[in-house]
Design a protein around this ligand. Structure first.
Ligand code: F6R
Length: 243
């Protein structure tokens, strides 16, 4: 695991974008696994800027997103589909046909999860998976549990995740209670993983995830077992780690 320490959120965003850019330069038809949340927004902005300046070409990439709320349609402005169009895909000029994300409006969980895993496999697997990390160590919506979940599946969101995500909704009651998410096996199958983390509030979980025991109680700790992980984190997020 390679840990890159950055000054602050902006520096973290540029360096995370740099890792993604390098992937796209080296393999223009890369399959990128992408994440939503506050953390990657700065990196997406930087990538869009490089694209507009002609320094990066996204025309051949394909993307798969980690997760989607269950019950939200793609035109709902709280859906992750909407988030990705708004924060990255539209600006980077990536057409909908080259992107995939679990369909939150599909009520048949088994069917949708099987479709999603099959689509990732058919594309040849993910070259680079971008991850953020929740305060409880969740990656995607893989919450602390007794075992590591495997493929894409439907989850009940924990109280702490509902609490953390309510900032995007009119009220806590509006936060969906379930989501579709890539499983730990799906994530671990990516050839390279980039974890972006920022902020003092993540310092404890960064320490537990990357320096503590590997346990499903801290889902991100499994990343210690992956052969090619880059963590880009700012000083505040690394403040509990002695590097
Ligand atoms: C997003 C996702 C989540 C977030 C995590 C951190 O697609 O799967 O695991 O990465 O909740 O969120 P932020 O970046 O908002 O702190």
């Amino acid at each position: 695991m390679k840990i890159i320490r950055t000054k602050d959120y902006e520096d973290m965003s540029r360096k995370a974008a740099g890792v993604i850019a390098a992937q796209v330069v080296l393999k223009p038809d890369s399959i990128l696994g992408l994440a939503t949340g506050s953390t990657p927004i700065g990196a997406y902005k930087q990538l869009i800027a490089w694209g507009r300046a002609g320094d990066l070409d996204f025309s051949e990439i394909r993307t798969f997103n980690l997760d989607e709320y269950r019950g939200l349609t793609r035109d709902n402005d709280q859906s992750y589909f909407y988030f990705m169009r708004h924060n990255f895909m539209d600006g980077a000029g990536i057409p909908v046909e080259r992107t995939d994300i679990p369909d939150g409006s599909e009520p048949d969980a088994e069917r949708e999860c099987a479709r999603y895993d099959a689509a990732i496999r058919a594309a040849g697997g993910i070259d680079l998976q971008l991850l953020g990390m929740g305060h409880n160590g969740h990656i995607g919506f893989n919450e602390p549990a007794d075992e590591f979940p495997k493929g894409t599946h439907s989850v009940d969101l924990t109280a702490s995740t509902i609490e953390a995500n309510k900032r995007f909704f009119a009220s806590e009651a509006d936060v969906p209670r379930q989501a579709y998410t890539m499983g730990i096996q799906t994530i671990m199958s990516a050839r390279k993983i980039l974890v972006a983390v920022s902020g003092e509030d993540k310092a404890d979980i960064v320490y537990k995830a990357f320096f503590g025991p590997v346990t499903p109680l801290v889902p991100a700790s499994i990343l210690q077992m992956h052969p090619d992980v880059i963590v880009v984190a700012d000083e505040a997020a690394l403040s509990r780690c002695k590097l």
